[in-house]
Design a protein around this ligand. Structure first.
Ligand SMILES: Nc1ncnc2c1ncn2[C@@H]1O[C@H](COP(=O)(O)OP(=O)(O)O)[C@@H](O)[C@H]1O
Ligand SMILES: [Mg+2]
Length: 234
């Protein structure tokens, strides 16, 4: 049983003890907390309002963040519409642009969120309107985030549509982000999946790694189809 007035938010499955209290979210503090708080404050200062405001630390030593109303999808979905994919890509672009002048980003291009799964977006009216869960954010390159986001938002791999349709959706996503949909983007997807696979293996998550391995194989097999289909018209 949780405490009175505390509603468990287990949807993310990674961080234990995330709860809602009124219009706030409480998360156990980690060694990343101070960095995330400064990043979220920077976003605010740049006028980016599609991420939670930091509200401090509660009496139990937990981070207090603004609760953003809406729906956070519990699972991936291979059937997002062009509009939804475009809204996600535009939101990611705005986020990246807002981080580009954050002092810590100077060693790279932007602050990558590093976990741009649909399951870390709040949706309203079927569209992604805010980003949450900045625990693994770090300086990096736009394409690294875009590659990982494409993989998860399009459900590229064994569970999603066939390569020609996925190539079309890659073009939709890239157009909305504002980068050209070319071979570099397909490579970024493969690299992002390979990185996550390494991470899962290193942390002993063999069950999860098995699924990611299958996806990496799918991308490797279809890489040329995807690349060639990207050369066509949108
Ligand atoms: N600021 C927020 N506003 C609304 N819901 C949130 C917020 N932060 C977390 N949640 C909810 O709590 C769940 C877990 O939080 P998250 O930060 O994604 O942790 P995890 O590391 O487990 O993925 C999310 O899936 C979401 O449903
Ligand atoms: Mg999460």
């Amino acid at each position: 049983m949780g405490d009175v007035g505390e509603e468990p938010l287990g949807g993310g499955r990674v961080t234990a003890g995330v709860v809602r209290v009124g219009e706030t979210v409480r998360r156990p503090r980690t060694e990343r907390s101070d960095f995330v708080a400064s990043l979220l404050a920077h976003l605010r200062a740049r006028g980016f309002d599609a991420a939670p405001t930091v509200l401090g630390i509660d009496a139990r030593g937990r981070d207090v963040l603004e609760f953003i109303d809406g729906r956070v999808p519990p699972e991936l979905d291979g059937s997002y519409s062009n509009e939804t994919l475009s809204a996600a890509a535009r939101l990611i672009r705005r986020y990246h642009d807002a981080t580009a002048d954050f002092a810590v980003a100077r060693t790279a291009e932007v602050i990558c969120h590093n976990d741009l799964s649909p399951c870390n977006f709040v949706f309203r009216g079927g569209s992604p309107v805010a980003l949450i869960d900045f625990d693994v954010a770090a300086p990096g390159w736009r394409l690294d985030d875009v590659g990982y986001a494409l993989f998860l938002w399009l459900n590229l791999g064994t569970d999603g549509p066939a390569p020609p349709e996925q190539a079309r959706r890659i073009r939709v996503f890239c157009a909305a982000y504002g980068i050209s949909a070319d071979e570099r983007v397909v490579r970024a997807v493969a690299d992002a999946v390979a990185r996550n696979l390494d991470r899962l293996r290193a942390s002993g998550r063999a069950g999860d790694a098995e699924w990611w391995q299958k996806q990496l194989e799918w991308i490797t097999v279809h890489r040329r189809d995807l690349g060639e289909a990207l050369d066509g018209d949108a």
